[in-house]
Design a protein around this ligand. Structure first.
Ligand SMILES: [Zn+2]
Length: 108
């Protein structure tokens, strides 16, 4: 049986980091919604910043979701197998992105 201890540790660390990032962004965006006096140009910049932050937030949440799925798959023994086609996911891909659940072909 393959041991995924280091992968589990890596995934958990990444999840912690992302969770903190999501919390920081949520706090930041929430704070920015408070009424502040700004001219129009600043408001536009502000809104664009918020959109960027929300996009990062969304991506981070998506990754957390994938990390949880990967941890579940390690638990049930299906980790490293593409969730779509059932082929083995190359180790190189898993090393770079330990939370992926599909092979490159299915990801595209
Ligand atoms: Zn596949």
């Amino acid at each position: 049986m393959t041991s995924y201890q280091s992968t589990i540790k890596q995934l958990e660390l990444l999840r912690d980091e992302l969770t903190h990032r999501i919390e920081a962004i949520d706090a930041d965006v929430h704070h920015k919604k408070e009424p502040v006096e700004k001219d129009f140009a600043e408001q536009v910049t502000q809104r664009e910043n918020d959109e960027v932050l929300m996009a990062i937030d969304e991506e981070a949440q998506q990754t957390v979701h994938l990390i949880n799925a990967a941890l579940t798959r390690i638990g049930d023994g299906s980790y490293g197998t593409c969730a779509d086609c059932g082929q083995d996911i190359p180790e190189k891909r898993l090393a770079a992105l330990p939370y992926v659940t599909t092979c490159i072909n299915c990801a595209e």
